[in-house]
Design a binder for this molecule. Structure first.
Ligand SMILES: [Zn+2]
Length: 163
């Protein structure tokens, strides 16, 4: 299934376009640069005229990314689900002049869909990725050595008492 790689932002918004797709790491180079070693994300991009009468985009992303835990340096698989709304601005100046919380992007005739998705995914990533329950945080180290030592200790005790 071929997807258009880019949309004409204003036309897409005005026609309430809908675009669905799936992106892998090969389409998300900046994610790779930020330390992500694997990712598959499904997205739905929808064009709209928002309640302020401005053209905009809605983006829903559902997927997972593989990061490195900054405590134990092990793999950290993070599921990702986000929804974003972007208002299309006519220029960079319009974005700078705006003083509300609305997220804006300059409308283009060829807005790369993968880049739009990647922007939102990057924003959603934790600054310092960590396991919620990290083995390193529990004082056990990143591997299983302590339990191996424990097993050895148990073995010694047994041989002492048994022999
Ligand atoms: Zn960890």
């Amino acid at each position: 299934m071929l997807q258009p790689a880019a949309i004409d932002g204003l036309a897409f918004a005005r026609s309430a376009g809908v675009l669905k797709g799936r992106l892998g790491m090969e389409s998300l180079p900046r994610l790779a640069q930020s330390g992500c070693s694997g990712s598959v994300v499904d997205f739905v991009l929808t064009g709209e005229i928002n309640e302020r009468g401005k053209p905009g985009l809605r983006l829903a992303v559902d997927g997972s990314v593989r990061l490195q835990c900054q405590r134990c340096l092990g793999n950290l698989d993070l599921s990702l689900r986000l929804e974003a709304r972007l208002e299309l601005a006519a220029s960079e100046a319009e974005i700078l002049a705006a003083d509300d919380d609305m997220e804006r992007v300059v409308a283009g005739r060829e807005m790369r869909v993968a880049a739009l998705v990647e922007d939102e995914v990057l924003l959603a990533l934790p600054m310092v990725p960590k396991h919620e329950q990290c083995s390193a945080a529990a004082g056990l180290g990143a591997d299983t050595k302590p339990s191996a030592f424990q097993a050895l200790a148990t073995l010694k005790k047994r041989s002492l008492s048994g022999g």
